[in-house]
Design a protein around this ligand. Structure first.
Ligand code: AP5
Length: 222
């Protein structure tokens, strides 16, 4: 099963992707997480990406496509994956379709998680991530039991560097200009499903898996 999670910054791609991993036992491949890991490691790729990420701009396609090709070639992705934050523009979407066509593997669905802008901004401003285990909390919608401390591992919680008002506005602008055309791209051949992304996380998850399971039930067993 190969799924794309589409949606604006803060729409819940990471949150829902984590749950999909547990349900379907396939990896979540987040280009944002891969890029942040490269920045933390101080690699050449990370060095190149950092300036774009801090400015709320997309990292160049050549960098992202090389990184994603390498990631999807790993054995754990052989049975499928959930793409979170990729593709982000038409070039990346076409490149993904070409990669899949070369491997004779279809993309099953592109799931658009739809959330209004004021809600997106509030979620991003409240997001807290554990520096040790990566667990995500939100000071408004899902606060940790102890302020600044991860419920799961006791690690320190921090705001992401790009979750400040100025960069959030830039990221939302980039999403509107470069990523929203993919809604039409995937709708054209009926690969798109729209999910109402405001409300309870469990209810949104139930809507997502209903679409995925409906799609899976149409496929012949492999
Ligand atoms: P990336 O890491 O992909 O960030 P993003 O798209 O901006 O998405 P986010 O991670 O901010 O949001 P999300 O949808 O995962 O929301 P989450 O579930 O965490 O990209 C970062 C940067 O990397 C980009 O700006 C770019 O520079 C670069 N990059 C990445 N991919 C690239 C690519 N393909 N090409 C080029 N450049 C690329 O939820 C947010 C918060 O809301 C959390 O606190 C969560 O707890 C809360 N929340 C979630 N759901 C709910 C709910 N239903 N109710 C209440 N709260 C909720």
């Amino acid at each position: 099963m190969r799924i794309v999670l589409l949606g604006a910054p803060g729409s819940g791609k990471g949150t829902q992707g984590q749950r999909l991993v547990e349900r379907y036992n396939i990896p979540q491949v987040s280009t944002g997480d891969l890029l942040r890991a490269a920045v933390r490691d101080g690699s050449k790729l990370g060095h190149e990406a950092k300036g774009y990420m801090d400015a709320g701009q997309l990292v160049p396609d050549s960098v992202v496509l090389g990184m994603i090709r390498e990631r999807l070639a790993r054995p754990d992705a052989a049975q499928g994956y959930i793409l979170d934050g990729f593709p982000r523009n038409q070039t990346q979407a076409v490149a993904l379709d070409e990669m899949l066509a070369d491997a004779d593997l279809p993309l099953d669905l592109a799931l658009l998680i739809d959330v209004d802008i004021p809600t997106l901004k509030q979620r991003l401003l409240g997001r807290l991530t554990c520096k040790s285990c990566g667990a995500v909390f939100n000071s408004f919608t899902s606060p940790p039991r102890r302020s600044g401390v991860c419920d799961l591992c006791g690690g320190e919680l921090a705001h992401r560097a790009d979750d400040n008002e100025e960069t959030i506005d830039k990221r939302l602008g980039v999403y509107e200009a470069q990523t929203t055309p993919l809604i039409e791209y995937y709708a054209r051949d009926n690969r798109l499903r729209r999910i109402a992304g405001v409300g309870d996380v469990d209810t949104i998850f139930a809507a997502i898996i209903a679409d995925i399971d409906a799609k899976l039930s149409q496929q012949p067993a492999r």
